[in-house]
Design a protein around this ligand. Structure first.
Ligand code: HEM
Length: 150
């Protein structure tokens, strides 16, 4: 108890000083440290989890930029579509661009449904986590390919 009290960290004058003292104390007391994320072997559920966050952030940025552009740009939506058509980019490039936009939307939607099932307490067994992961990936590819061909 006395050792514990003696080793209390005095308040630092800055956040950095606080952190430095905190880590010095951890080292001095040989405290175990939780494993850092980088030591784990990558797995499908990990990759799908970070992709859900990535697509969520990308969708937020995309929707916000789209709304801002609608407010500040001089032309309307149809005029910009005509502009893109006039560039004659070719079907392969147009399809790829549409697929690149559809993919995160579809992934986040299908995986969002997977998340909502988890929120209901369903699908938590490890084989189920993998099965639903593969189903989400297949549905994402199929639906993104379908939407891009419209
Ligand atoms: C434009 C549409 C959308 C935007 C901008 C958006 C954005 C986001 C963002 C930023 C997050 C937080 C990600 C994180 O920090 O980990 C998130 C999480 C989530 N999104 Fe979306 N989302 C959209 C559509 C959807 C749809 C259609 C669904 C369901 C069908 C969905 C389901 C979810 C769920 C369940 C979570 C929470 C995941 C968790 O528990 O960690 N989202 N979304």
């Amino acid at each position: 108890m006395a050792a514990l009290l003696l080793s209390t960290v005095p308040m630092g004058t800055s956040a950095k000083q606080e952190m430095d003292r905190f880590w010095d104390k951890n080292a001095r007391l040989s405290r175990p440290v939780s494993p850092h994320i980088s030591i784990y072997k990558w797995s499908l559920p990990m990759m799908m989890s970070i992709t859900h966050r990535g697509t969520g952030v990308a969708l937020s940025a995309g929707v916000s930029l789209f709304g801002l552009a609608a407010l500040v740009l001089p032309g309307d939506y149809a005029s910009y579509l005509d502009l893109i058509k006039s560039l004659s980019l070719g079907p392969a490039l147009i399809y790829s661009a549409k697929f690149a936009i559809a993919f995160p939307v579809m992934y986040h939607t299908w995986n969002g449904i997977r998340h909502l099932a988890w929120d209901l307490g369903k699908g938590f067994k490890i084989p189920e986590v993998y099965q639903t992961g593969y189903i989400v990936l297949a549905l994402t590819l199929l639906s993104a390919a379908g939407v891009a061909s419209l």
